[in-house]
Design a protein around this ligand. Structure first.
Ligand SMILES: [Zn+2]
Length: 83
């Protein structure tokens, strides 16, 4: 389950909730004062993923970034009609 960070506009506190991705975030209330005036900031889980990919995306993907370089050493499959 991802972590969701909220900011309460009522009591100005930040809180984090472990919620299923399917939860209606509009119905989340502040864990401190119970106010529904909360801003959904971001999901810790997904922001980490996006942060990594954004940081490493400084240019075109090079061979070193491929997770499995061995795949390029495999013989290219040929069509039977080419033989
Ligand atoms: Zn609050």
């Amino acid at each position: 389950m991802p972590l969701y960070e909220y900011h309460c506009k009522e009591c100005d506190c930040d809180f984090t909730l472990l919620q299923p991705a399917t939860v209606n975030k509009d119905e989340t209330v502040c864990s401190e004062c119970g106010s529904p005036r909360v801003d959904h900031k971001f999901s810790t889980f997904s922001s980490k993923i996006q942060g990594v990919s954004a940081a490493s995306k400084k240019g075109p993907v090079t061979l070193d970034e491929l997770p499995n370089k061995d795949i390029l050493k495999l013989p290219v499959p040929r069509l039977r009609s080419e033989l």
